[in-house]
Design a protein around this ligand. Structure first.
Ligand code: NOJ
Length: 452
């Protein structure tokens, strides 16, 4: 079997990770600009001030994508570039940048996929409470309205929010990501709720303003994989584990962030644990939160194996053996994550499915021959994409795959020490060098996966 005809192959990036130009043309600081200034926040003490300098080099980046046959590009918009005060006055120079990027993509026949929010909240809005503020859904709706008005004539595909789990779990719970807060359960639950309400408001605004719009959501979560997939008890155990809401906080949960958005309810186990912290009238909000979606996307990089067990949960995690293959940032290489994640999500939500991110960090370098050979990445992508195809063969409505990332970039709290790109970036000079994996991916796109 092969991939469906019209399968969407793409690459993904995010504004803060590639753009640089952190204070140019009227942009104000985002929470990540400020977080980078905190001593010890970023492991290599770097920041996003220049990053890949995509703000100035985007034409070169788009041309490179076109040269390698990439037809879909997922990028995000920097909110403080568009609305330097978070709301109110629109920064025309910021709009001009994205107009130029979108026009350039379209000239090359590349379909733009716009992520509205990929973590760079205007710092001024964080000072007003950020996601904990009940005003957030309206700020978000206003921002979305500007994107719809200014870009909706050419951009038809939108992702509302990228990885809510990291926004709240890492930003507001562990403090490892911007804005670096460690909030209690009540505030976390409020923030999760406001985030989903913001998603819902964005969907309403997009449907109202953008003709023929297609909308998706891009949450994340490690897949749960049945240890023995021939054993129905393990398959059931892994499903249960995947959708169980964690007992210490809901902020990293798959179901807590997706059930309301798709099914219009919080998961029952989560409600038992955290219902007491939900804002009053939350049931009414479900009408806003639960909006029809054109695709359900998820960022999936890894998974954990689970088997059935005779304990309270009915399942247990099986540790990976010593020496198990891992990526440069230590994540286990688990190709079946791209079979079981999509399959369980499709069975539960029944919305056409996209992988909005998948890829790996590896210790890439320019070798003696001046090229960047990255066989580990090729092997990783090969194995994962084959499993994804298997999910399609078994009935999951798979529509597309976005590789993370087009190019090496600022990997959040790990700075520039992790390289996820298909294109190598030499940061001191800004030079781009296509890695072997880019040529491999180009061939995968050209043959619609027949080479796998
Ligand atoms: C998820 C995030 O959306 C992206 O920004 C990040 O760089 C990759 N995963 C890799 O960690």
């Amino acid at each position: 079997m092969s991939f469906p005809k019209n399968f969407l192959w793409g690459t993904a990036t995010a504004s803060f990770q590639i753009e640089g130009a952190w204070d140019e043309d009227g942009k104000t600081p985002s929470i990540w600009d400020e977080f980078c200034e905190q001593p010890g926040a970023i492991s290599d003490h770097s920041n996003g001030k220049t990053a890949c300098d995509h703000y100035h080099r985007f034409r070169e980046d788009v041309a490179l994508m076109a040269e390698y046959g990439i037809k879909n590009y997922r990028f995000s918009v920097s909110w403080p570039r568009i609305l330097p005060e978070g709301t109110g006055k629109v920064n025309e120079a910021g709009v001009a940048f994205y107009n130029a990027l979108i026009d350039c993509l379209l000239e090359y026949g590349i379909r733009p996929w716009m992520t509205i929010y990929h973590w760079d909240l205007p710092a001024c809005l964080e000072r007003k409470g950020g996601w904990v503020s009940e005003q957030m859904p309206e700020w978000f709706a206003e921002y979305t309205g500007v994107l719809a008005d200014r870009f909706g004539d050419r951009v038809k595909d939108f992702f509302t929010i990228n990885e809510p789990q990291c926004i709240i779990g890492l930003g507001y719970m562990t403090g490892g990501f911007a804005p670096g807060l460690k909030l209690g359960l009540k505030e976390q639950v409020t923030a999760c709720h406001n985030l989903m309400k913001s998603h819902g408001r964005a969907c309403q605004v997009l449907r109202e303003k953008v003709k023929d719009v297609r909308i998706g959501y891009a949450p994340c979560g490690a897949s749960v994989i049945p240890k023995d997939e021939q054993n129905p008890a393990d398959v059931e155990a892994a499903r249960k584990a995947y959708f169980a809401v964690e007992k210490d906080s809901p902020s990293f949960s798959v179901a807590w962030f997706s059930d309301p958005v798709i099914l219009g309810t919080y998961p029952e186990d989560g409600l038992k644990l955290y219902g007491q912290y939900l804002p009053e009238g939350w049931q009414e909000d479900m009408k806003v939160i639960c909006q029809p979606l054109d695709f359900y996307a998820q960022n999936i990089y890894e998974g954990r194996e689970v088997r059935a067990a005779e304990n309270e949960d009915g399942w247990e995690t099986v540790p990976y053996p010593a020496g198990y293959p891992r990526t440069a940032c230590g994540w286990p290489v688990t190709p079946r994550a791209l079979y079981w994640g999509p399959r369980y999500l499709w069975e539960r939500y029944h919305v056409p499915f996209l992988i909005s991110e998948n890829g790996m960090s590896s210790h890439d370098c320019v070798m003696l021959d001046g090229k960047v050979h990255d066989p580990h990445r090729i092997d990783y992508l090969h194995r994962y994409i084959r499993e994804y195809r298997r999910a399609g063969e078994d009935g999951v409505d798979i529509r597309g795959y976005f590789c993370w990332s087009l190019m090496d970039n600022f990997e959040w709290a790990r700075g520039y020490s992790e390289r996820f790109g298909l294109v190598y970036v030499d940061y001191p000079t800004g030079k781009r060098i296509p890695k072997d994996s880019l040529a491999w991916y180009a061939e995968t796109i050209r043959t619609n996966g027949e080479n796998l």
